[in-house]
Ligand binder design. Structure first.
Ligand code: NAD
Length: 492
């Protein structure tokens, strides 16, 4: 069995303790790799490497940085299938979705390669003649990145590409559930980076993640994960007043209006709810359907759920693989049990399909008879479970949509522009999709409002998370100014 090590200073090194942890395949439950189990001393070594590389990378001209990042994008495509196979092996998502992640990484590195070269500041109107005020955006230094397992590669790229493009160096801690694809990717693509610019340290959250967040030489922490961990990270970082960006959980509503095309809405809700076994931060977590179309929509969604092809994620015909881990499976099952206890009506799914005797497979699950106070309408399920609640009007749908602590994304299906744009204006969410759920754009910001996060990824906003402005005032003439001492007339 292969042992994967940490990547520090462009070298592969084991954890100082010599320890490793296992990574399993959620479709077979078999352990297929061991990975270095790191702690504080490994993080220290990586931060020293990144700190030493910072000045060289910061002063590398943006054109050369662009070439290096584009080279990474090119190699990512060349080795895409090999890395995608590992994503599927450790995360359980269908190979086609893993290939899509490869495209996301490549296009993201391409995008930030160009954006980082494009501009590093602006000139603002000066306050006196014969002078100039420059605003220059500078990198912070060593950026600590901590990511989850549901999109192990894409979420890496969304942080690492802009951080590097802005001139920072990086220490990355992947999720302990899915570290292997990232390590393979680094092996295949990162030889064009100068030594120490990107470092990858593996391990568990408390053992390896916390020391990275607390490290005095890491001024910025970029995190994606749960609200619970985001809160801990925010508290740890506050001790040193670090800048933190947080991409956290969601409970995305989908509003099904009376005028919508039911077939399209049901297919969209099924894809949005069951893609990656529902383990998407912006997946369909709750449906508010107008009374008039509730029965027809519910029936159509149940039909779609039953059609989802569950199986070996490497099979090209598979729509949905297993959940990523036994922990996720257990959490999902517990929430489904609670929903039944609270009076929700289970229409399909609700457990492991009988054909599987191993693997963390969970059948696409649909509930109706939901009411606003039930836990499944309020807390993230992060599983292939879609609960449906009826609403009387758009006003009611907006009120319920805004009633949780989350504010990540929201979708609506309607042909009525007034309904769509009123909801877009009035619902607190970082992304709002009209008739086209879960669609990202490299050039548009992504992130959460309320407790779903702070800061944004993607777009120019995603680059700005990793650079800070400096005002430089240039006075063309070296002469005493009227407003200096002495203030009194005696000094004249
Ligand atoms: P998690 O919070 O358990 O773990 C995320 C990462 O944090 C892992 O690398 C983990 O090792 C690390 N970690 C855990 N405890 C830590 C600690 N005390 N100090 C430092 N690091 C620590 O989340 P998860 O289960 O991996 O991911 C699922 C969550 O991520 C869901 O809530 C989902 O909505 C969210 N998510 C959000 C987005 C977004 O962009 N908003 C995207 C994907 C996933």
């Amino acid at each position: 069995m292969r042992i994967y090590k940490n990547f520090i200073n462009n070298d592969w090194v084991g954890a100082i303790s010599g320890k490793t942890f296992p990574v399993d395949n959620p479709a077979t439950e078999e352990v297929f790799a061991e990975v270095s189990r790191s702690g504080t001393r490994d993080i220290d070594a990586a931060v020293v490497a990144a700190g030493s590389a910072f000045n060289g990378w910061r002063l590398t001209d943006p054109g050369s940085r662009r070439e290096i990042l584009k080279e990474i994008a090119k190699k990512t495509v060349e080795h895409g299938d090999e890395v995608a196979k590992l994503i599927t092996q450790e995360c359980g998502k269908p190979f086609v979705e893993a290939q899509d992640e490869i495209d996301v990484i490549a296009s993201n590195f391409e995008y930030y390669a160009e954006l980082g070269r494009d501009q590093i500041g602006r000139i603002v109107a000066p306050t006196s003649s014969r002078s100039m005020s420059l605003v220059k955006y500078e990198p912070y230094g060593v950026v600590g990145c901590i990511i989850p397992w549901n999109f192990p590669m894409a979420l890496m790229a969304w942080k690492v590409a802009p951080a590097l493009a802005a001139g920072n160096t990086v220490v990355l801690k992947p999720s302990e559930v899915t570290p292997v694809s990232i390590l393979k990717w680094a092996e295949m693509t990162c030889d064009s980076l100068p030594s120490g610019v990107l470092n990858i340290v593996n391990g568990y959250g408390k053992e390896a993640g916390s020391p990275l967040v607390e490290h005095p030489d890491v001024p910025v922490v970029a995190f994606t994960g749960s609200i619970a961990t985001g809160t801990i990270i925010s508290q740890l970082a506050a001790k040193n007043l670090k800048k933190v960006s947080l991409e956290l959980g969601g409970k995305d509503p989908v509003i099904i209006c009376a005028d919508c095309d039911i077939e399209v809405a049901a297919k969209g809700a099924a894809w949005g709810g069951f893609m990656n076994a529902g383990q998407v931060c912006t997946s369909v977590e709750r449906v508010y359907v107008f009374d008039e179309v509730a029965d027809s929509f519910t029936e159509a969604l149940v039909e779609e759920a039953k059609k989802v092809n569950i199986g070996d994620p490497m099979d090209a015909n598979t729509d949905m693989g297993p959940m990523a881990s036994s922990v996720q499976y257990e959490k999902a099952h517990e929430k489904v049990g609670l929903a039944v206890e609270q009076g929700a009506r289970l229409l399909t799914g609700g457990g492991r399909p009988e054909v599987f005797d191993k693997g963390y497979f969970y059948a696409p699950t649909v509930f109706d008879n939901m009411t606003a106070e039930m836990e499944l309408m309020n807390e993230e399920a992060f599983s292939p479970v879609v609960p449906i609640q009826k609403v009387k009007s758009l006003e009611e749908a907006i009120e319920f949509s805004n009633a949780t602590k989350y504010g990540l994304g929201c979708s609506i299906y309607t042909k009525d522009i007034e309904l769509a744009m009123t909801a877009a204006d009035d619902i607190k969410a970082g992304s709002f999709w009209i008739n086209n759920p879960l669609s990202e754009n490299n050039a548009a910001p992504f992130g959460g409002m309320k407790m779903s996060g702070q800061g944004r990824e993607l777009g120019i906003e995603g680059l700005d998370e990793f650079r800070e402005p400096k005002h430089i005032l240039i006075d063309y003439r070296q002469e005493k100014k009227d407003w200096w001492f002495p203030y009194g007339s005696d000094g004249e």
